[in-house]
Ligand binder design. Structure first.
Ligand SMILES: [Zn+2]
Length: 465
């Protein structure tokens, strides 16, 4: 069997600055890598995929998702962030068994591939036992998606596990011994399909000694930090960046999730320390984190990744995130212009555009995940992580501006083909993996978990039980 694939005649949106957008190009994949891009490429022994009329993009990067929550999808549709903490993190999370993490990570990773997400940053704060950690990694590996396993805190036997029992910051530390074991035994290869990060809670959520321990653990393990900051209107979410600066913990390549209420001084700290941001606009708008400040970050040259965060409360695909950020960032500018010019005769300037949005969902996302050296653009030498969007679909054709076709017209149903690391995982709109057993497992996990908490109005499964 050949390990060469030739994608013939697609509209190729490379996201590579040198190569740009190619209206009719071939892509040759050899093994796990993109070997060549150009017109009229030939490879006699290659498997040929005809992409004429279709749009080829680098795979989407989801820069922050709590994949373990896939088992409890749609359990919290109307929640604010405050309600979410109390219901999902304090009640559901301690009830999770390793089997629930197995089922959720498998189903969540399959969901990603189906939606054209080729890299998933799994923000896994469900490390209740070593078996939970092993389950999370095992199921990411099974699915053959590229992923960053962001190792987080345990939830077992804790009540207020972000804030600590005295609400003055948690004394609970990430399990350093377990993190070291996962790093050395399972995820030691920084070029592997699964790499590792440390999912920390940070200042204002933890005692200073816990913060220092976790940041220094990340440094010891040689992995990046990813941390939620400046979300919601609670006083305790303010000043996290300045606190990190005061502790000399502003590490390069740290991902600051949400970042809705960073001050100008703190934005300067993110930029100057080589940090990046992960924005989950659908969640941020719905749940009250604040606006998704993509334009602010982009103007400062800070990489912007998009993310889905929690399946409990919003759709978990990048089309949703692209729509949400495009509408909200433009909406904010329009409103500012209206407020400055009450006659309403001045057109709004300085609006974000669809090309920025596609870059955030792909190349910038890879920078945020710390793996832009190997994915995020269709560049010879990079890994073959590609998605083909059906340009002839009833909601996509006729194509005039192909970037707009992807960002504004397309949805999950148009994801025709998904290739990760040179392997075809979805073809002709169908996942090549078995879905029957994983679906049974995630539904059984749902049934168990909803039985562990008080039923909520609207829960069909609770009524059935
Ligand atoms: Zn989150």
């Amino acid at each position: 069997m050949t390990d060469r694939i030739l994608i013939r005649g697609g509209i190729v949106l490379t996201q590579d600055e040198q190569l740009g957008e190619l209206p009719n190009a071939d892509i040759l994949i050899e093994g796990d890598k993109i070997a060549a891009i150009g017109k009229g490429l030939s490879a006699a022994d290659a498997q040929v995929i005809d992409a004429s009329g279709n749009i080829v993009i680098p795979g989407f990067i989801d820069t922050h998702r709590h994949t373990w929550e896939t088992s409890i999808r749609t359990s919290a549709p109307d929640y604010t962030l405050g309600a979410y903490f109390g219901a999902i993190l304090d009640k559901f999370a301690p009830a999770y068994r390793p089997d629930d993490v197995l089922a959720a990570n498998r189903w969540g990773a399959l969901e990603c591939v189906n939606a054209g997400i080729t890299t998933l940053v799994d923000w896994s704060h469900i490390m209740n036992t070593p078996d939970h950690a092993d389950a999370a990694v095992e199921r990411l590996r099974d699915t053959a998606i590229r992923s960053v396993f962001a190792f987080g805190v345990a939830t077992s036997s804790m009540q207020a596990w972000w804030f600590g029992r005295d609400c003055g910051g948690s004394f609970e530390r990430i399990d350093g011994e377990l993190a070291r074991r996962i790093r050395s035994q399972d995820l030691s290869d920084d070029q592997g399909l699964i790499t590792m990060a440390l999912a920390t809670r940070g200042t204002n959520f933890c005692k200073p000694e816990v913060v220092r321990y976790e940041w220094e653990l990340a440094k010891e393990l040689g992995i990046n930090v990813t941390v939620h900051v400046a979300m919601d209107r609670f006083g305790y979410t303010k000043g996290q960046l300045t606190a990190l600066r005061d502790m000399d913990l502003l590490y390069p390549n740290t991902t600051y999730i949400h970042s809705s209420h960073l001050t100008d001084e703190e934005w300067g700290l993110v930029r100057d320390s080589g940090g990046n941001v992960s924005l989950a606009p659908q969640i941020e708008l719905q749940m009250g984190h604040g606006w998704a400040p993509a334009q602010k970050a982009d103007k400062l040259g800070i990489p912007v990744g998009l993310s889905s965060d929690v399946a409990t409360t919003a759709p978990s695909d990048q089309f949703t995130q692209m729509h949400a950020i495009f509408a909200s960032e433009r909406g904010r500018r329009h409103e500012a212009t209206w407020n400055e010019d009450l006659d309403g005769n001045v057109p709004t300037s300085d609006l974000i555009n669809v090309r920025q949005v596609l870059r955030w969902a792909t190349l910038d996302g890879a920078k945020v995940a710390g793996i832009a050296d190997r994915t995020g653009s269709i560049t010879p030498g990079k890994k073959a992580d590609l998605v083909i969007i059906d340009g002839g679909a009833v909601n996509v054709a006729p194509v005039i501006d192909p970037v707009a076709a992807v960002v504004l017209a397309a949805d999950i149903s148009n994801v025709d083909t998904v290739i990760v690391d040179g392997k075809i995982l979805k073809r002709n709109g169908k996942l090549l993996a078995d879905l029957v057993a994983p679906r049974k497992a995630v539904e059984a996990s749902r049934d168990y978990l909803v039985g562990q908490v008080e039923p909520q109005e609207g829960w069909l499964v609770a009524a059935r039980a």
